[in-house]
Design a protein around this ligand. Sequence first.
Ligand code: MTE
Ligand code: MO
Length: 442
Amino acid sequence: MPARPPAPTGPDGPPSAVPARLWRGLDRYRPPGVDAVARAWRSPVRGPWLTSVLGAVLLVTLPLVIVTGLLDWIAYGPRFGQAFPAGVGWLHPPVFDWPTRPAWLFRVTQGLHVTLGIVLVPVVLGKLWSVVPKLFDWPPARSIAQVLERLSLLLLIGGILFQIVTGLLNIQYAYLFGFDFYTAHWYGAWVFTVALVTHVAIKLPRLVTALRGPGFARTPLARTRPEPPDPDGLVARRPRPATMSRRGVLAVVGGGALLLAALTVGQSVDALRRTALLLPRGRRFGAGPNGFPVNRSIAAAGVTPAQTGPGWRLTVRGAGRTVTLDRGQLLAMAQHTAALPIACVEGWSTAQTWTGVRLRDLAALVGVAAPGSARVRSLERAGLFRQAALQGNQVTDPDALLALRVNGVDLSPDHGYPARVIVPALPGVHCTKWVEEIAFDG
Ligand SMILES: Nc1nc2c(c(=O)[nH]1)N[C@H]1C(S)=C(S)[C@@H](COP(=O)(O)O)O[C@H]1N2
Ligand SMILES: [Mo]
């Protein structure tokens, strides 16, 4: 019969009077193997310091991932019902018109969200490793307060793993799950955020105490010893000798994060594109001046050469007026050139130099002097990309274009020939390719 670990003292114990019998009962009934598992975790580096250092890193960085994720939802244009999921009731951040300046705004918010989300995976795993024996604590709780705390932990750990897995599968376009990604990732984010706030509220004092106490950042392996027993029970009761220093653990975690960063940043930095080895599409290029990532090819979109050939016409609708233009007529209008990024919500982005007609000039052509919004339709017949709505500021910005050319040549078929929308800071998904119709509202 293995010796039973002593009941913890400190804030978590002793058990409160009323459910005491329940806790005692749980204590008496020990599931087979639970003591052996708990004893198997014997690393001497586990303790408040290591957990707090990793926790501090996540405390600073995870809010950035959460906030940029929420900003991306706003950028999609909830007021047009084109932010996913759409019907979220009151459960959303304050909605505002997404600005067009700085032009790189969406490039940065979505790039940070996806890149940080990837880079932090080793830190999250390291943090989980540092507390893993706690997951096998028996009994699982000794008071009502502890039951709540453990529940929040379940949502915290389950939540972050769920967000990581669904996010990674989404950017790999691997929809292995039978539910809608946006809906799942959105509600998963709220569950995780609430659990995180709860966890931080409970643990912040411990984190501050641990980081104010003696540090181990400089302690070499030879002098690596366990910390004194702590109230949370992070320190192993019967530690084995150290095989790695705490700074060694941090180096492994940090090295993993750096490696992921090195394999990922190329998705957002044109000069490093070829290093973005973790990307499925960010490395698929067109040719020549059209040599930048293609998210969905014309073939995949089901748009035919017949539709985009000389018979193509653009329909522009406005205040009771409709104008039809062919490509020659569009090229005969005032042309404007702007260097603007395409930033896909799935992580990659690229800056190119676009030339075409200003959207506000097209609006003026049909008598809409001050456009409040626009609806753009593609030749594509089905699916998400058939149409997109633009806010007033996304029409009137001097760099908001119906692009006909890119980097000095005609758009390639894959990049949207004969004409595509490109607007500063507009999410890539709304930079509609193979445009067929634009309707402006006053
Ligand atoms: N008609 C249409 N427009 C579209 C798409 C599409 O599939 N069909 N993809 C969108 C997405 S998700 C992105 S990120 C950009 C990518 O543009 P690119 O393929 O020229 O790089 O185009 C957008 N415009
Ligand atoms: Mo996209």
